[in-house]
Design a protein around this ligand. Structure first.
Ligand code: CMC
Length: 422
C-alpha cells in the first residue's frame, strides 16, 4: 500500500497526516493522532467523519448505489428473502440451501419470549407508542438472557444476535396487539420470518389470518430495504453504546431509541401523517412553500438524505412495490398514493429541491405500502426497527472483533467562559 499523506499548515505548525483508503469510496484523513500534534477535528453531525471502518454496507450517495456485502440492493430485493439478507449482513456471504435451512430453524426456535416478559407489557398504558414499549422490552431482555452475554465470546455474541433477530417480530407485534387489548398470538415454528410477524399482528384466536403471498413478498422487501444503511444515526448509536462494553440488548434498545426520531426512522410515520394532512392536490403548493420557508420548521417528510444527493435507490424499489401491491389489492386509485406521486413530481420540479438535491427517500413510499398491508401508522417505525436489527447486530459483532475498537469518546470545542474566580 502506498504511504499517502496530507499536509496541514496552521500558524507555525506544519504536520503530515496519513490518508486511509477503503476498497471503494472517498479517501479519509487519519485524524487519530491529530490531538498529539496539537489539533482536533471538528465535525458536528459527522458530515465528513468516518467513525470506523466496516465491510458490511456501502453507500455511494452521488451514484445512488447501495450494496450489502457487495451485492446491489436491487438484486437482493428481487431474489432474496429477509433471512438471506440478515445472514449475509452478519456472516458476509449468502447462505447455501442447507445453511439457510439450519439458520431458519435456529431463528424460529428462538422466536418465543420468556413468559415473564408478558408482565412487562402489562405495565405499559394501552395507548403507549409501540416504539416506547419496544425500547423497554428489548432493554429488559438483558435481565432474561444473561447466560450467554460474554461479549468477547463469538458463540455468545451469535446467540444474542439470534435471540434479538428472532424475538423482534414477536416483541413488535405484541406491542400492537397489547394496544388493542387483544391476546398475544404466539409465533410459529414453521412459518417464515415476515409472515410470522403479520400473523402475530393480525390473527385473533377466533379468526386466523391468511397471509396473501403478494403482500408477504412486499413485506419482505420492506424488511430487506431497511435492513442496513452503514453508519446511520441508530447504527452509530449501537456502536457507541457497544464500545463501552455494554450488553447487546442494551445496545439494540439504544438503537431503537435513536431510530424513533422523525429525522430518522420516524420519517415513515411522519410522511403518512403529512400526506393525510395535505389531503388534496390543491394544498400541495402551500406545503411546498412552508418546506422552503426558513422561518417555518416544517420539512417535507420522506424527502432528503444525508448521503444520497441523487435519488435513493431504495425509494425506487419501494415506489414499484407500492404500485404492485395497490394493483394486487385493486387500490390503484388510492388517493394518498396519487397525492404522493403528484407531490413528488412538483417537488422534483421545484428550484429549491433541485438546488439542494433533495429527492424522495425510502420512507416516502414505505408508509403507503405498510398502510396497504393493514399495518397502522404507529407501527411503521417498529417495522423499521425489526428490519434494522439485522444491521445493528452485524455492526455490533463486527465492532467487537475489530482491533480498532475503542470506547467512543468525542472531543469538543469549548465555547464557555474562560477560567474565572468566585
Ligand atoms: N424539506 C425541506 N428542506 C429540507 C429537507 C426537507 N425534507 N431536507 C433538507 N432540507 C434543506 C435544509 O433545510 C437545508 O437547507 P439550508 O442549506 O438552506 O439550511 C438543506 O436542505 C440541507 O439539509 P440538512 O438538514 O443540512 O441535511 P442533513 O443531511 O443534515 O439532513 C435529513 C438529512 C434526512 C435529516 C433531512 O433531509 C430531513 O430532515 N428530511 C426529512 C426527514 C426524513 O425524511 N428522514 C428520513 C431519512 S431516510 C430514512 C433513514 O435513514 O432514517
Amino acid at each position: 500500500m502506498v504511504d499517502k499523506k496530507a499536509k496541514i499548515s496552521f500558524q507555525e505548525k506544519n504536520i503530515e497526516v496519513p490518508i486511509i483508503e477503503g476498497t471503494m469510496g472517498k479517501p479519509a484523513i487519519d485524524a487519530r493522532k491529530l490531538d498529539q500534534k496539537g489539533f482536533l477535528s471538528y465535525d458536528p453531525g459527522f458530515t465528513s467523519t468516518a467513525s470506523c471502518s466496516s465491510a458490511i454496507t456501502y453507500v455511494d450517495g452521488e451514484n445512488s448505489t447501495l450494496l450489502y456485502r457487495g451485492y446491489p440492493i436491487e438484486q437482493l430485493a428481487e431474489h432474496c428473502d429477509f433471512l438471506d439478507v440478515a445472514y449475509l449482513l452478519f456472516n458476509g456471504e449468502l447462505p447455501k440451501p442447507l445453511a439457510k435451512e439450519k439458520y431458519q430453524g435456529i431463528i424460529n426456535s428462538h422466536n418465543l419470549l420468556h413468559d415473564q416478559i408478558n408482565n412487562i407489557y402489562r405495565g405499559y398504558r394501552r395507548d403507549a407508542h409501540p416504539m416506547a414499549v419496544m425500547i423497554g422490552v428489548v432493554g429488559s431482555m438483558s435481565a432474561f438472557y444473561f447466560d450467554d452475554m460474554n461479549i468477547n465470546n463469538l458463540k455468545h455474541r451469535r446467540q444474542s444476535a439470534y435471540r434479538l433477530l428472532a424475538k423482534m417480530p414477536t416483541i413488535a407485534a405484541w406491542s400492537y396487539t397489547y394496544s388493542l387489548g387483544l391476546p398475544f398470538i404466539y409465533p410459529k415454528y414453521d412459518v417464515g420470518y415476515g409472515d410470522n410477524f403479520l400473523n402475530m399482528m393480525f390473527s385473533v384466536p377466533n379468526k386466523p389470518y391468511q397471509v396473501n403471498p403478494v403482500l408477504s413478498k412486499a413485506f419482505e422487501k420492506i424488511l430487506i430495504l431497511h435492513a442496513d444503511h452503514e453508519q446511520n444515526a441508530s447504527t452509530s448509536t449501537v456502536r457507541l453504546v457497544g464500545s463501552t462494553g455494554a450488553n447487546p440488548f442494551a445496545c439494540i434498545a439504544s438503537g431503537i431509541a435513536s431510530l424513533w426520531g422523525p429525522a430518522h426512522g420516524g420519517a415513515n410515520e411522519a410522511t403518512l401523517k403529512m400526506l393525510s394532512e395535505i389531503k388534496n392536490e390543491s394544498r400541495i403548493g402551500d406545503y411546498i412553500k412552508r418546506a422552503k420557508d426558513k422561518d417555518d420548521d416544517f420539512r417535507l417528510m420522506g424527502f432528503g438524505h444525508r448521503v444520497y444527493r441523487n435519488h435513493d435507490p431504495r425509494a425506487e424499489i419501494m415506489k414499484k412495490t407500492c404500485h404492485d401491491i395497490l394493483d394486487e389489492l385493486g387500490l390503484n386509485n388510492e388517493p394518498l398514493f396519487k397525492l404522493a406521486n403528484t407531490l413528488e413530481r412538483i417537488a422534483l420540479e421545484d428550484e429549491y429541491f433541485i438546488e439542494k438535491k433533495l429527492y424522495p427517500n425510502v420512507d416516502f413510499y414505505s408508509g403507503i405500502v405498510m398502510r396497504a398491508l393493514g399495518i397502522p401508522n404507529s407501527m411503521f417505525t417498529a417495522v423499521f426497527a425489526l428490519a434494522r436489527t439485522a444491521g445493528w447486530i452485524a455492526h455490533w459483532n463486527e465492532m467487537m472483533t475489530s482491533a480498532e475498537n475503542k470506547i467512543g469518546r468525542p472531543r469538543q470545542i469549548y465555547t464557555g467562559k474562560t477560567r474565572r474566580n468566585l
